[in-house]
Design a binder for this molecule. Structure first.
Ligand SMILES: Nc1ncnc2c1ncn2[C@@H]1O[C@H](COP(=O)(O)OP(=O)(O)O)[C@@H](O)[C@H]1O
Ligand SMILES: [Mg+2]
Length: 383
């Protein structure tokens, strides 16, 4: 997958900007707060149909403007196509997304059109952050390659919201337990069905990511350390439940049991305490939790290995490498890791957008296959 052009209008601090990218490495240099991350965010937005930073669409529109547009030309195994988004604050259907000139009915349909993997200092949250971060990591990935997953997740979220609304309404009402259960059962079967598909798909993804991560990690550490990822289904039992090798029926049975076990709590809290929105990933190094016991350096290498695995995972699923977005991470890696990463990108012919404040050290002496841009005050110039 290759990004050929990107045009931004009133997006973040860009008034009107278009860029033409090279197939290999694209280096975006500039001081702080000039718009480097904003540009990366623009590309990523077109992958998932929303911002990755906890930002709402209206925050992305340049201050005092009515909306924003992003437009990209991409080339992939299915040829060249255009993908764009047009957001207007004042309109009811505020966001319109187009692929090949046709408007998408749902954002989820963007899945697989422009695939990208993002690596930024925030990526450390996969290891250091809470379960939500790890679920996002999986969900963003799977949603980009599986339209079915995106649709199913959307349905799950809708049913979950409805069940939660009902829990709030009847939770503390004097209605009998049996009646409450009957009213909830309307949503429960759907929640279990959609939930099972989410868990099964995530589990399959983890089954594929695990060996890829281990391989990348062995290369980065010269085979000295062993990283492992496990998907944990949240259950009453604190340790959680390992979904590896389990059939859909077995997953369903666990969710049905959860539904029963958590009923009293669900009613008390007015929200659903079980299901894939509470699951987690366990990332361990040499058998111990990387988050709790890993050094800063080990955690960083762990994240890098995960990112390299993501690239391979995408290729395995979709037949081509995604676009790699490296925002401000080069300077955080030591010389050896930088070289390994660049070596990997070169070898696989992955297109990459790299931002840096100071890139002299990293790319000194490199002339071939590197296109330079200078980012300054919301404007990008080829340098
Ligand atoms: N909606 C917006 N409208 C105008 N400027 C914005 C908007 N959102 C962020 N900015 C500006 O963008 C700049 C940060 O850009 P960013 O891409 O994060 O910088 P960096 O080059 O350091 O990565 C800040 O100066 C911020 O004020
Ligand atoms: Mg930045």
């Amino acid at each position: 997958m290759r990004l050929i052009t990107l045009a931004m209008t009133n997006f973040r601090n860009y008034r009107r900007q278009s860029c033409h990218f090279a197939p290999g490495l694209n280096l975006l240099e500039g001081a702080n707060a000039q718009g480097k991350t904003n540009l990366i965010e623009g590309v990523y937005y077109l992958s998932i149909g929303r911002a990755y930073r906890a930002a709402r669409d209206e925050q992305l529109a340049r201050w005092e403007s009515e909306g924003f547009q992003l437009q990209a030309t991409i080339e992939g195994k299915n040829g060249k196509t255009g993908v764009s988004v047009d957001y207007r604050k004042s309109e009811k259907a505020a966001k319109k997304i187009f692929v090949g000139g046709l408007r998408l009915e749902k954002i989820e349909e963007l899945s697989g059109v422009l695939t990208s993997v993002l690596f930024s200092p925030d990526s450390m949250a996969v290891i250091k952050g809470g379960p939500q971060e790890r679920r996002n990591f999986l969900d963003y990935d799977i949603a980009q390659i599986s339209l079915a997953y995106s649709r199913n997740s959307q349905k799950y979220r809708r049913v979950l919201a409805q069940r939660n609304a009902l829990l709030k309404k009847i939770g503390l009402s004097p209605m009998g337990k049996k009646e409450k259960e009957d009213r909830l059962s309307l949503w429960d079967q759907q929640l279990i069905d959609y939930g099972t598909r989410i868990i099964a798909r995530r589990q399959t993804a983890v089954d594929k990511l695990t060996p890829l991560t281990r391989l990348a990690h062995r290369k980065l550490t010269e085979g000295k350390e062993n990283i492992e990822i496990k998907y944990r289904v949240s259950t009453k039992d604190k340790g959680g439940w390992d979904g590896r090798g389990k059939s859909d029926e077995e997953i369903k049975a666990v969710l049905s049991q959860d539904r029963e076990d958590f009923l009293a709590e669900d009613l008390r809290w007015g929200s659903t305490q079980w299901g894939p929105q509470r699951d987690d990933l366990e990332i361990s190094l040499n058998g111990v939790d990387l988050r709790q016991f890993g050094s800063q350096g080990q955690q960083r290498t762990g994240v890098l290995a995960l990112k390299l695995a993501e690239l391979e995972f995408f290729r395995g699923e979709s037949g081509e490498y995604p676009i790699l977005l490296l925002d401000d991470v080069m300077s955080e890696l030591d010389k050896k890791r930088q070289e390994r990463l660049l070596g990997f990108i070169d070898e696989k012919g992955i297109q990459c957008l790299i931002t840096a404040t100071e890139a002299k050290d990293i790319f000194s002496g490199r002339k071939d296959g590197l296109k330079r841009f200078v980012v300054k005050e919301g404007s990008v110039a080829e340098g």
